[in-house]
Each structure stands twice: as structure tokens, then as C-alpha cells.
Design a protein around this ligand. Structure first.
Ligand SMILES: Nc1nc2c(ncn2[C@@H]2O[C@H](COP(=O)(O)OP(=O)(O)O)[C@@H](O)[C@H]2O)c(=O)[nH]1
Ligand SMILES: [Mg+2]
Length: 203
């Protein structure tokens, strides 16, 4: 089991073109309010590393975090969320263009970590996004968030629904709760594997 990921905030970027070259990167993508920032905090076991918000749509920046040591070039990106109802169409198009540019330009993007709200998702918009991301040819790792909000009596049904709607295997979805810590150690191991863990000698 992995302990907290030694993540440090690098900076926020407005523009994909400003991102420097890195060795390996994973990117958290998901609907506004799905729990991206909370997940980063849970992975690092820090309270305020990534800002969490009760106001969806607040983050429109590309927030970069780096695994220690500084300069390792192993990055975790928190990307702006999509699908916040009050965001105007023009802004949604801007988001799609940004993400498209990001995915096309990040040569060392090892995997997209797509977050789906485990209690309610996938929504129609999640499914559209999955289809679109798949067409761009990058590997996707699915994470179902807020597992603690699913009642134990509904859990099996919910999990079955989610994998059948995503059309993936059970083992392709990691269920996590940032609040309770469920599934977080396993996801840390997976992220370290994706980014190449020097301690394991595969970087
Ligand atoms: N119950 C529960 N709530 C969560 C969990 N993760 C996030 N949230 C809540 O969902 C809301 C949005 O979280 P945030 O991390 O800001 O989402 P983001 O917009 O994707 O970055 C906040 O009110 C969080 O407290 C979780 O694991 N369980
Ligand atoms: Mg956020």
C-alpha cells in the first residue's frame, strides 16, 4: 500500500501552450463538482493542496501538481471541469477546445483519469465526454467518486449500472471516497505505476 502521494502545487496555467515539457503526466478530468480537487487532497492526505469548492465551475485553470522531488517531471494535472449548467455555451466551447489542445499536445500524457460521480453518474454528458476522449486515442482510467454517498444496500446495483453504462469491465473502475479514504491507497499505487515510481525502479 502506498502512503500519501508527495504532491506539491507547481502553478496554474491559463493556456495549454504555456505548459512545459514533463516526463510523465496524468490528468484528472470530470464534471464540475465531481470531486477532482478533493481527490487530489485525499491522494496527498492534505486538506487544502487543491482548492475544493461548493460552487461548481469555479476552477477554469489547469492546475499542475508534481510528485516529489521537485523537478521530477512527474505531474498530476487538475483540469477545469465540464458540464456546469450555468456556464454559457461559448465557455463550454472554450473548454472543449482547451482540452482538445491539451490532449493533442501533451506527448507524455500517460493516462486520463476520468472521474464519474459514483452516486449519480455517468450522466449523458459524461458518456459524450468518454466517447470523445476515446476517439482522441488516450488511455482512460475510470474513477467513481463519492462512494460513501451510495448506500451499502444499493452498492452492487449502482456498480453494475455504472460499468454497463460505461461499457467497461468491473476491474476498469476504481471506486473511491475522498471523504472516507476508501480506495485511495489503491489509486495511489496505480498513479505511481502510471507515472513511473523510481522506488520501484521503473521510471
Ligand atoms: N460525500 C462526499 N463528498 C465529496 C467527496 N469528494 C468531494 N465531495 C464534495 O463534492 C463537492 C465538490 O468537490 P470538489 O473536489 O471541489 O470537486 P471538483 O469541482 O471536481 O474539483 C464538495 O462539496 C466536496 O466536499 C466524497 O468522496 N464524498
Ligand atoms: Mg476543483
Amino acid at each position: 500500500m502506498a502512503g500519501p502521494l508527495p504532491l506539491a502545487f507547481v502553478r496554474s496555467y491559463v493556456d495549454v501552450d504555456d505548459l512545459p515539457h514533463v516526463n510523465a503526466e496524468v490528468a484528472l478530468v470530470g464534471r464540475s463538482n465531481v470531486g477532482k480537487s478533493s481527490l487530489i487532497n485525499a491522494l496527498a492526505r492534505r486538506k487544502n493542496l487543491a482548492r475544493t469548492s461548493k460552487t461548481p465551475g469555479a476552477t477554469q485553470l489547469l492546475n499542475a501538481f508534481e510528485l516529489a522531488p521537485e523537478g521530477s517531471g512527474r505531474w498530476v494535472m487538475d483540469l477545469p471541469g465540464y458540464g456546469f449548467a450555468k456556464v454559457p455555451k461559448a465557455e463550454q466551447r472554450r473548454w472543449a477546445t482547451m482540452l482538445n489542445g491539451y490532449i493533442e499536445e501533451r506527448e507524455n500524457l500517460v493516462s486520463i483519469i476520468l472521474l464519474i460521480d459514483g452516486a449519480v453518474g455517468p450522466t449523458a454528458l459524461d458518456l459524450q465526454t468518454v466517447e470523445w476522449l476515446s476517439s482522441l486515442g488516450r488511455p482512460i482510467c475510470y474513477v467513481a467518486t463519492k462512494a460513501d454517498k451510495v448506500r451499502p444496500s444499493k452498492s452492487k446495483k449502482r456498480r453494475n449500472e455504472l460499468i454497463s453504462r460505461l461499457n467497461v469491465a468491473r476491474s476498469d473502475v476504481a471506486w473511491v471516497s475522498a471523504d472516507k479514504g476508501t480506495g485511495i491507497p489503491e489509486l495511489r499505487v496505480h498513479i505511481l505505476d502510471l507515472l513511473g515510481n523510481p522506488k520501484l525502479g521503473n521510471s
